[in-house]
Each structure stands twice: as structure tokens, then as C-alpha cells.
Design a protein around this ligand. Structure first.
Ligand code: ADP
Ligand code: G3P
Length: 491
């Protein structure tokens, strides 16, 4: 009898493997952090081999720690940091350059050039995305233009491009599958979300040869097999989704209008818009979920500001300590932090914004800075919600949350206060991995219906808004002023 689904969650800062049983319970979980490479300010890379090896190791450890065999596992579901771009040689299986991470800003000039040539509208219409260095298309072009021999090898059909899902699947399948799914393809600037195909016109604009691209496969279905050499027997791969779409499914936002926000490295708020690919007038992205479209607001720095308070400022030793530090003062003492470390994402889309802290006086302490850092996460989410409110008349009765930073009770209460909306925190916070497990499990009959999965989602705690309107308005108005001052800084 198959007892588990193995979810591989390849995130920005760590690789994770989780074995879920039929009740959606985590039976085993292993996580390994990997190296963040910052070659210059604004550039962020990962070593693709380290991504693969940490992912493989976590899978083996998750299995061995509970004595699970390959034959106990019904299927593998893969979910991943999106947009991060890997190009490898199909003959050797070796990447020709480091993975260029979604946070990397090296193609900002390329984006400016595309905008100046008037291409913003066509990309928006076909891909649902705004032109920004965040997405894979210009990162891929940069590799082809800058790595020695890359373009020649690509023209000879010797190179493969993929987001991290494709890289993991290629390695799991012993180089047999070069595939991606629509939720990842929809983050490349190369994929037409209306036709469900790579778009020839966009490929031409970016000068990208079609033969480098992965085949697009369903997010849930027969995708490939992990080779027996890895786990002792073959295991079907039947689920792939970008991490934010997977979390939307894991959070069971399956009906139009339902909204989730994931508080990981960044913050990603997705609203299910059903079968309509709603075009945003407020700089939100239209993106593909499982047979559904979503409106998305991507905030580049969420929990990462807590890592910066810990590792950069060294105010705390563990991320969890920020809550005690921040609540040791009654308020932010007039300090506002805009963590635009790699520009601002939705709804501002300013590649040239940079971080600032403002309102500092002689009385400002580490506690005020920590509090301002946490508040900045909630303010950014609030900007996205407001953009969504004016776009689609969103009636946000409750916000479902997940991700590492939503363990922080102060942050969740402040979020509820600033949005003036209930925040619902579920019992299982690993909803990205759970979403990928669901996609894989539904494809092999481990679970039979979405209705069955709806029983798994349970609320752990509800945060009710308590703040007075006047206080909320003052905080938001000061935040908006701070954002204005951060914008365009490195232009
Ligand atoms: N108690 C906490 N309070 C605030 N932030 C936290 C807390 N615990 C973890 N984090 C933040 O959560 C993030 C990790 O969440 P996770 O969902 O694992 O992210 P990712 O998938 O992007 O790697 C880190 O940026 C970390 O700083
Ligand atoms: O790795 P995460 O969870 O921060 O997610 C990264 C996003 O997929 C970037 O779009």
C-alpha cells in the first residue's frame, strides 16, 4: 500500500522535502539551507548543483528518518521558487552559468530598453506580467548574450533552459524529462497565458531560440518518473507548480474571490479569479494556477527583512526573537522602514527604489527598528490589497496566510489591524509543499477529489482587527510618505 506523497519544495533560501500521508499530516520533513551568492550589489545567484544536491539529500533524509521506501511513495510533487533561471548543457547535464535568482536586478537596463521601444503593452496582454527584471525572460537573454559560446550552443540545440522545477525534474528523471508546467511558464515573459503556449512573437522580441525551452506539461498528471538509481525504485512525478500557485491550492483558495498571502522570503498575495484572466489596472500580475487564473501581488522582501535584522544588523540571533524585541516598545516610535533592497514589486514596480529607514531620532532603539521592519511587511501587503480592491472590487472578508513569517503573532495582529480584516492562520503552515502534494496525489488517485482535500484545511488562530480607524490612517499615511522617499533612489 502506498502510504505517502513526497513533496519537494525548492525555495529561495532552502530546499525542503516533506512526506504527507492521506490525512495531509506531515510524517517526515527535512530542510537544508544553501548558499546565497551576491557577486555585486543587486545581483543574486545560486549554484544549480547545490540546489539539486540539497533537494535530493532532503528527500533521502525525509525517507530514511521514518524508514520509508520508494515503494511506499505514491508520487512526487515538485514546487519551486519561480522565475529563477537555469541554463544547462543537454549533453553534459552541467549548467553553463549560476542560476540567476528572481531577486536579481542585472537586466533592469534591458527592461528599460524594451519599455522605450513600446513593448510593455504586448507583454502585459499576452503574459499578464509587467516588464520587470524579476521575470525569467531577460535573465535567459542575459545568459545567451553574456556567457561565452552560449548563443552558438543554443542555436545548435545543445542547451536547455528551465525554471527550478524543470532543473529538478531533469535531474530526478536522469535527464529524460525537459518539462515545466503552466504556473512556472507564466512567470517567464515568454508564455501566452491565453493560448497556453510559448509565444513566437515574444521569443522573437527577446531573441530566444524556441528549441531551448521545456515542454509544457499539466500541473497535475503523468509527468515523468524519478529514476530508480536515486531512491531504490522508480517513483512517478505527477505534480509541478510554482510555489505561490501551489500555496494558493494548499490554502484551498479554490473558489473565485478567495485570497491567500504567503509570508516567506517575499510576500505573495494571490486572488483566485476563476476562469477569467483578469487584466490589472493597478500593476498586479495575471498568473496561472491549476485551471484557474489568479491576480497576484508580489512583494520582493517579506521575511527577508527579518533575516536582515538578524544577519545584517545582528540585533537578534534567531528570526523568532524579533517578536519579543519588537513588542518591548509600545509603538514604532515614529520609525518607518521601506525594505526595497532589490527595488519595489507590486504595486509600485520600481526597479530603482532602495531601502530606507526614516523618522529616526536620538531615542530610536533596536526595538523600534525591529518593529518598523515587521510593520513594513504588513504595510507592503496592505498596498497590494488596496491595488486589488480598486482593480476587482475585492471584498476581503478574510485573509488566509501561510509561510515562515506568519508564525509571528505580532505581525499577524498588525496585518489584521492595518487591513481592517480578519487574518486566518491554519494549523499547517507548509501549504506550498501541501499544494504540490495535492497536485501529485490527485493525479494518482491517492486523493480522489478536491472536496476530500477541503477537510484538511483547519484554522489554528483567527486575528481580529482591533485598531482605531484614526491610528490606522495615520500609520498608512506615514508609510506612503516613506515609500515615496525610497523610490527612484539608484536611477
Ligand atoms: N518568528 C518569525 N517572525 C518573523 N519572521 C520569521 C519568523 N520565523 C521565520 N521568519 C522568516 O520567514 C522566512 C522563511 O519562511 P519560509 O516560508 O521558509 O520562506 P522561503 O520558502 O521563502 O524560504 C525567513 O525570511 C525568516 O526570516
Ligand atoms: O522561495 P519563496 O517562497 O520566497 O518564493 C519565491 C517566489 O516564487 C518568487 O516569485
Amino acid at each position: 500500500m502506498k502510504k505517502y506523497i513526497l513533496a519537494l519544495d525548492q525555495g529561495t533560501t532552502s530546499s525542503r522535502a516533506i512526506l504527507f500521508d492521506k490525512s495531509g499530516t506531515i510524517c517526515s520533513s527535512k530542510q537544508l539551507e544553501f548558499t546565497q551568492i551576491f557577486p555585486e550589489p543587486g545581483l543574486v545567484e545560486h549554484d544549480p548543483m547545490e540546489i539539486w544536491l540539497t533537494q535530493l539529500t532532503t528527500a533521502k533524509l525525509a525517507m530514511s528518518s521514518i524508514g520509508a521506501q520508494a515503494t511506499d511513495i505514491a508520487a512526487i510533487g515538485i514546487t519551486n521558487q519561480r522565475e529563477t533561471t537555469v541554463v544547462w548543457n543537454k549533453n553534459t547535464g552541467i549548467p553553463i552559468y549560476n542560476a540567476i535568482v528572481w531577486q536579481d536586478r542585472r537586466t533592469s537596463d534591458m527592461i528599460d530598453e524594451l519599455k522605450s521601444k513600446g513593448y510593455a503593452d504586448i507583454f502585459k496582454k499576452k503574459t499578464g506580467l509587467v516588464l520587470d527584471a524579476y521575470f525569467s525572460g531577460t535573465k535567459l537573454k542575459w545568459i545567451l548574450d553574456n556567457v561565452t559560446n552560449a548563443r552558438k550552443l543554443a542555436e545548435n540545440g545543445e542547451l536547455a533552459f528551465g525554471t527550478v522545477d524543470a532543473w529538478i525534474t531533469w535531474n530526478l528523471s536522469n535527464r529524460r524529462c525537459h518539462v515545466t508546467d503552466e504556473s512556472n511558464a507564466s512567470r517567464t515573459l515568454l508564455f501566452n497565458i491565453h493560448t497556453g503556449k510559448w509565444d513566437e512573437e515574444l521569443l522573437k522580441i527577446l531573441d530566444i531560440p524556441a528549441n531551448i525551452l521545456p515542454e509544457i506539461v499539466p500541473s497535475s498528471g503523468e509527468i515523468g518518473e524519478a529514476s530508480s538509481g536515486l531512491f531504490g525504485d522508480r517513483i512517478p512525478i505527477t505534480g509541478i507548480a510554482g510555489d505561490q500557485q501551489a500555496a494558493t491550492f494548499g490554502n484551498m483558495c479554490i473558489k473565485p474571490g478567495m485570497v491567500k498571502n504567503t509570508y516567506g522570503t517575499g510576500c505573495f498575495l494571490l486572488k483566485n479569479t476563476g476562469e477569467n484572466a483578469l487584466e490589472s489596472k493597478n500593476n498586479l500580475l495575471t498568473t496561472n494556477g491549476k485551471r484557474n487564473y489568479c491576480l497576484e501581488g508580489s512583494v520582493f522582501i517579506g521575511g527577508a527583512v527579518v533575516q536582515w535584522i538578524r544577519d545584517g544588523m545582528k540585533f537578534i540571533e534567531e528570526s523568532s526573537e524579533i517578536e519579543t524585541l519588537a513588542t518591548s516598545v509600545p509603538d514604532n516610535g515614529g520609525v518607518y522602514m521601506v525594505p526595497a533592497f532589490s527595488g519595489l514589486g507590486a504595486p509600485h514596480w520600481d526597479q530603482y527604489a532602495r531601502g530606507l529607514a526614516i523618522g529616526i531620532t536620538r531615542g530610536t532603539t533596536q526595538a523600534h527598528m525591529a518593529r518598523a521592519a515587521l510593520e513594513s511587511i504588513a504595510f507592503q501587503v496592505s498596498d497590494v490589497v488596496n491595488a486589488m480592491r480598486s482593480d476587482s472590487g475585492i471584498n476581503l472578508s478574510a485573509l488566509r496566510v501561510d509561510g515562515g513569517a506568519c508564525k509571528n503573532n505580532f505581525l499577524m495582529q498588525f496585518q489584521a489591524d492595518i487591513l481592517n480584516t480578519i487574518v486566518e492562520r491554519p494549523t499547517c503552515l507548509e501549504l506550498t509543499a501541501l499544494g504540490a502534494a495535492y497536485l501529485a496525489g490527485l493525479a494518482v488517485g491517492f486523493w480522489n477529489s478536491i472536496e476530500e482535500l477541503e477537510q484538511v484545511w483547519q484554522v489554528e488562530r483567527i486575528f481580529e482587527p482591533k485598531m482605531a480607524d484614526s491610528e490606522r490612517q495615520e500609520l498608512l499615511s506615514n508609510w506612503q510618505e516613506a515609500v515615496k522617499r525610497a523610490q527612484g533612489w539608484v536611477k
